[in-house]
Design a protein around this ligand. Structure first.
Ligand SMILES: [Zn+2]
Length: 1120
């Protein structure tokens, strides 16, 4: 909290300050004072001594004390503007004077846990005056209490604990335009805050350098607020913005709407000065009634604030409120209201609700149209009223039950279409508010009964003409699903408009021609693109967000609220080998939000994308133009905009997001295990080349080269080649990267907590504290730390050679990993040693923190081994030119060594398994000698995490295999995980050993489970003359099933949900058969030998080249 000081006295100080800072929010303080006129005698301020401690048993401090007639507050000094506490009179029970010799004290007894505040004055008179003023106020308050009883305190609009930058947590409430914070919940209940802020004077800002923080600015300084999650932050930001809006609420709209005098009293209960409106009913209501209206379906009534939602109030809507208004509306709605049923402004909520429901839902008191029961006739009346431009008649007929979509002879125009044609703004506005715009209804069946949320915005924008040359200032209005622009806000002459159905994509434009620009691409004739700009960044963001919402399909529009949208619009999308489908995209920060096939919003975290490439037009949707593919180790997505020119825009925008890196740990290109690629790559490099290097991480690299490498990583982390860099430079790049992050790996906010945890003498206490803070770390931070600690541990294991002990490494890394709040350079040796102690503790107890149990540890160990081999291969792969990719190709995940690690294999229509293996071998052949054994691995197809595997043979067409995967939708919930995998050739060698070259037929009693059940039954199974047959009984002449082996695909293993009868299974799929109940047919064998005998026979029949054809395909072994 940084605060500056100004002159004396709270109120005069504020006045002063505003004079000095004409740029700050201009307010007139005297108005605020006049609101609470208090006799002078009741106000007092001055310097007093206050005794500290909860029981007033500690030392005395000078405090500036202010009593404003209703609250006693005290400050550090008369220059401070942030109170230390505010005690409302309502909390004061009694005041006592305690004068002894030259000691002039008075005690204030409160209800705050019976706390007594003790103050002392310099002079006896002063002491008496203070006590008298307070006593008078207390007496006054007690006598007035009875009349106030009904006024139960309102719940705040928002409340909860927030941590401030001084690390203290306060209970914060926002009520109306006031924000207050309290030491505790108890203090809140007693209404005794530490300080209160009038939000009219405040503004909320993002903390530019730190995530999860907001700054609340007031004219005397700012408060740094820290939130545990982005969601919390957003909720509080919203609440603060509403409070500010409430404070700054504008009476312009209200004044205009009050031109209809009947609008100055609530339409339902008659309360004076109502501030809310039901915009479809055209009435003005009070806060209490508005609360009830809000409970009803928004098609019945839609409530907006006349003071706060100022930007939705277009001239048409205001005029509508004046034209209909409470009197006219009630002539209809309350025509038959018996006076005894009418409600008053102080009505209880239950009765109020009951009444409003009868009035608008049951329409019990309404003066309905005589043709009420003749729907078509009523429809005709509606068309007539609309043609006549008569708002009140239209209202009466519509609310009597006319069908707003009525068309003459079923094919004429609707009432809305009629008024839109003849530009009758008022009736159009009324019909629009009641769902009359057919376009606002969604075509999709699921959403048939949903209306589009009304999207509105108005303001000045700069706009280029059709030739895109110069910018002209235009008044732009979004209403009725259309963006319309006018010469100015004073004229109703329309210059042009774009309907939402013609909008294709909105995107931000980076150039310095004029302000903050964005362009709107349309499907209008000549495919016009509109270019807009605003001088204010936030305005551009608001316009883009609003237009994105306007364009969005109804199913997802409520979720289109991302800040800083880079582009949004319609596109086609295809996941891996599935079909193209239409989608709506919103791209913001590094997250691509998209509408999936179920019309839900989903997203791709582009930090994890490993590549983005343009593809040829013939790969795109219906050959309509180029598309591009983004892939990560987990997913592959093809994208194409509706218009070819937008595809390129999208591509460039995403390319930047995928390759570039920001200044926080969160804002980096990430590896599949959520570690920044730069960290992963540097560590791998050190592990491959530097474990034996003396003084690794201590030897300084050449600084300019380290900087250059770091810059290269920041530009495009995935394409950096470390080949030419010595270990010391890579090691230093890692350290420098960590040091230069905006926030350290151990977040600064938790720095004091870590240091104090390190102070525990008991190791077990330390470890459990560390564990607690590790759990609180954001996942990227945690994963990064884990990677570093495990790596440093590995380095230390070679300390006999590299001379880097655990302590040495901890001392090298502490400054890169930990930072204090203020980046103090004058750290005491003690704090430094605590930092080192933390790293040493983590290193020595790495298994405690980073591996939950033995099983998990072994699994992680295997994965790490595989990963590290992969990374090492990647390391080596970098030095060669990237392979030439086929354009007509897609990427298929391929698991390596049956671990949770995969790479993407390029697959084309014609690529064979041997060709795919060659690609992989290209990758493997650069491996170090000790990795040569990888060459004895061959390609398999794998389902259900390896429960089902099928060896592929060199001449198999890979695409034939992967295309079939689309058929297994029914098993997605079973975690089918379809992939290719690299596995040992040993299995094929074993099969070959079991292969009985002489026999040409097999028969046995086997367990069989068909494709419709999970259970097994004993059957006779026979293989003869290339056919597989199943008999219910051995002697049966007729087979129950019989297939040609060439029509079958065999897998070793079984669908995990089959009820098990043995451990040895062979599963087979029949060409053309659909599987929904069980995955394929399954044969169960009593031992492995039988299984191998059958499998070998069946595979051999299908592959004339023999089971070991891979070996001959790699005559010199895979490593050559
Ligand atoms: Zn009311």
């Amino acid at each position: 909290m940084t605060l500056h000081r100004s002159s004396k006295g709270v109120f005069s100080k504020l006045l002063d300050n505003n004079k000095r800072n004409p740029g700050s929010v201009s307010i007139s303080w005297p108005v605020v004072l006049h609101k609470k006129p208090k006799p002078k005698k009741n106000i007092r301020e001055g310097l007093l001594n206050k005794q500290g401690g909860f029981n007033a048993n500690k030392g005395w401090r000078k405090r500036w004390v202010v009593f404003d007639g209703s609250k006693l507050s005290y400050y550090d000094s008369n220059k401070s503007q942030v109170s230390k506490r505010i005690i409302p009179v309502s909390c004061i029970n009694n005041v006592e004077i305690d004068v002894k010799a030259d000691n002039y004290k008075f005690k204030v007894f409160t209800t705050l846990k019976s706390r007594v505040f003790v103050f002392a004055a310099e002079k006896r008179d002063d002491c008496t005056m203070w006590a008298n003023v307070l006593m008078a106020a207390v007496v006054d308050h007690k006598s007035s209490i009875k009349t106030d009883q009904e006024n139960l305190p309102l719940r705040p609009d928002k409340e909860g604990f927030i941590r401030f930058a001084n690390m203290k947590e306060y209970y914060v409430t926002i009520t109306g335009q006031m924000l207050r914070y309290y030491h505790s919940l108890d203090d809140y209940q007693e209404e005794s805050p530490v300080h209160e802020i009038d939000m009219k004077l405040a503004s909320v800002k993002d903390n530019e350098s730190k995530k999860l923080r907001l700054q609340l600015w007031v004219h005397y300084g700012h408060f740094d607020l820290i939130f545990p999650s982005e969601q919390e932050l957003q909720q509080w930001r919203l609440a603060m913005e509403v409070a500010i809006a409430e404070g700054l609420a504008d009476d312009t709209v209200l004044t205009k709407v009050y031109e209809n005098i009947s609008n100055q009293q609530c339409a339902d209960c008659g309360a004076p000065n109502p501030h809310w409106a039901s915009i479809n009913l055209g009435i003005v209501v009070c806060k209490n009634c508005a609360g009830i209206h809000r409970m009803f379906d928004f098609r019945v009534t839609r409530i907006k604030s006349l003071r706060m939602d100022t930007r939705i109030w277009t001239p048409s809507l205001i005029e509508l409120m004046v034209t209909i208004g409470n009197a006219n509306a009630n002539m209809f709605w309350a025509a038959k209201l018996p006076s005894r049923e009418a409600i008053q402004s102080n009505e209880l909520m239950d009765k109020r609700r009951n009444f409003i429901s009868k009035k608008y839902i049951e329409k019990r008191y309404a003066d309905k149209h005589p043709l009420l029961n003749l729907k078509p006739a009523l429809g005709e009346e509606l068309l007539k009223a609309a043609k006549d431009d008569n708002v009140l008649d239209t209202m009466r007929i519509l609310f009597s039950g006319a069908d707003i979509m009525y068309r003459q002879h079923n094919d004429g125009p609707t009432a809305f279409e009629i008024v839109k044609q003849s530009r009758q703004r008022l009736v159009m506005e009324f019909l629009f508010q009641n769902g009359g715009d057919p376009q606002s209804l969604v075509e999709n069946v699921q959403d048939e009964d949903r209306l589009r949320e009304d999207v509105r915005l108005q303001g000045f924008l700069n706009k280029t003409g059709p030739l895109g040359k110069t910018f002209e200032r235009r008044w732009c209005v979004i209403e009725h699903g259309t963006l319309t622009y006018y010469m100015s806000d004073k004229t109703t002459m329309v210059k042009g408009s774009v309907d939402r159905k013609d909008m294709a994509m909105i995107s931000s434009v980076d150039n310095d021609r004029m302000g903050y620009q964005f362009e709107l691409s349309t499907t209008l004739k000549d495919n016009r693109t509109y270019m807009f700009s605003s001088d204010i960044k936030d305005d551009t963001a608001e316009w883009m967000g609003t237009i994105a919402k306007l364009m969005a399909p109804v199913a997802v529009m409520e979720h289109v609220g991302m800040i800083d949208i880079r582009f949004a619009g319609y596109a086609y999308m295809k996941e891996l080998v599935n079909e193209w489908h239409q989608t709506f995209l919103v791209f913001s920060w590094r997250v691509l939000n998209f509408m999936n096939k179920d019309l839900k919003f989903d997203y791709l975290d582009l930090r994890k994308a490993s590549s983005i490439r343009m593809q040829d037009a013939n790969m795109g949707y219906q050959n309509r133009g180029p598309c591009f593919v983004i892939s990560s180790t987990k997913w592959t997505v093809y994208l194409q905009a509706n218009l070819p020119r937008d595809t390129e825009k999208m591509y460039n925008c995403l390319l930047e997001a995928i390759t570039g890196s920001g200044s926080t740990l969160n804002d980096q290109v990430l590896s599949s295990d959520n570690v920044p690629v730069i960290v992963d790559r540097c560590i791998t490099h050190v592990e491959v080349h530097g474990l034996m290097e003396k003084g690794v991480y201590r030897t300084a690299g050449q600084s300019s080269r380290v900087q250059a490498l770091l810059d290269e990583f920041r530009r495009d982390a995935l394409s950096v080649s470390l080949r030419e860099y010595p270990v010391a430079e890579v090691a230093n790049t890692l350290k420098r990267f960590l040091r230069e992050l905006d926030d350290s790996v151990f977040e600064r906010i938790n720095y004091p907590a870590w240091i104090s945890a390190a102070g525990c003498t008991e190791l077990s206490n330390r470890l459990s504290s560390y564990e607690y803070y590790l759990k609180k770390m954001p996942s990227v931070h945690f994963n990064t730390l884990k990677r570093i600690i495990l790596h440093l541990h590995q380095v230390a294991e070679h300390c006999a050679v590299n001379k880097m002990s655990i302590t040495n490494l901890a001392a090298c890394f502490a400054p890169s990993l930990m930072r204090t709040l203020k980046d103090q350079t004058d750290l005491t040796g003690d704090v430094c040693s605590q930092e080192i102690k933390i790293i040493v503790d983590l290193l020595e107890n790495k298994d405690f923190f980073f591996h939950a149990d033995e099983k998990e540890r072994i699994r992680a160990c295997n994965i790490e081994k595989a990963q590290s081999e992969l990374r090492k291969m990647e390391e080596l792969r970098q030095s060669v030119h990237p392979g030439k990719f086929d354009v007509q190709s897609w990427l298929v995940p391929c698991q390596i060594l049956d671990k949770d690690v995969s790479v993407n294999v390029e697959v084309t229509e014609t690529r064979t398994a041997i060709e795919a293996m060659e690609k992989l071998n290209e990758f493997l052949s650069r491996s170090q000698p000790h990795l040569a054994r990888l060459g004895t691995y061959v390609l398999f197809e794998s389902f259900f995490n390896g429960n089902l595997v099928r060896p592929m043979f060199p001449k198999d067409i890979v695409a034939k295999t992967t295309k079939r995967w689309m058929e297994f939708d029914a098993f997605v919930d079973d975690d089918i995980t379809m992939s290719l995998s690299l596995r040992s050739m040993e299995l094929l060698q074993n099969l070959d050993t079991s292969y009985q070259h002489q026999s040409h037929s097999l028969q046995a009693e086997l367990q069989y489970s068909d494709s419709k059940s999970k259970k097994f039954k004993t059957k006779t199974v026979r293989f003869r003359q290339c056919q597989l047959a199943i008999y219910n009984k051995a002697k049966d002449a007729e087979a129950a099933h019989c297939w040609k082996v060439e029509d079958l695909t065999f897998y070793l293993g079984a669908w995990p949900k089959r009820s098990s009868s043995s451990r040895y299974y062979l599963t087979f799929l029949v060409n053309g058969e659909k599987y929904t109940k069980a995955f394929g047919h399954c044969l169960g064998f009593s031992n492995q030998e039988d299984l191998y005998t059958w499998a070998a026979m069946l595979y051999a029949v299908q592959n004339p080249d023999g089971l070991l054809s891979w070996a001959s395909a790699f005559p010199h072994g895979a490593t050559s």
